[in-house]
Design a protein around this ligand. Sequence first.
Ligand code: HEM
Length: 153
Amino acid sequence: MLLIRFVHFLGMALWIGGMVAAMVLSVSARSATGAERNAAFRWAGRLYSLVVGPGALLTVVTGLVLTMSLAQRAGSQVMAQPSIWVMQVAGLVAGVLVLFVALPTSTHMARMADAAADGELPPAFGGMRRRLSMVVHVVAVLVVLSLFFVVVM
Ligand code: HEM
């Protein structure tokens, strides 16, 4: 189980680190124009598909394995502790939002930025950017909540 726990932490580091890096890129894209702005969105899309998505998948899958092991070792009383179930619920919801909403949206945006080369982005891009920003904020709150409950509570 030590290896599974290690992969759980590794996934978490990739997930959080990748999201912070993509957020910095998207914020700096605000003051950029043309080719520079579009390149920032392409890189943000790559970060989601190569770092954030795999990180979230690793965290959720190893979290489920750790849950089964903990249930066998310690029984249902431990599972009822908020430190465990808040992490599980918040982590699962955050993982689903990343894998099924943020990841496809950011890769779609990256493809649009790629097609635009150094020109203007299509009108649909603005709506996608707002959707991604909203989902990423919700995910960030859930991830911090998971970490806070499992470590501090
Ligand atoms: C953002 C998501 C998550 C974060 C930040 C997170 C964080 C952590 C941390 C820091 C630990 C180590 C706790 C310790 O050793 O004291 C841990 C362990 C664990 N995690 Fe997560 N986790 C997340 C998602 C999940 C999910 C989705 C599940 C299950 C569905 C899960 C199930 C577990 C279990 C069962 C343990 C082991 C508890 C034990 O053996 O004492 N985690 N997690």
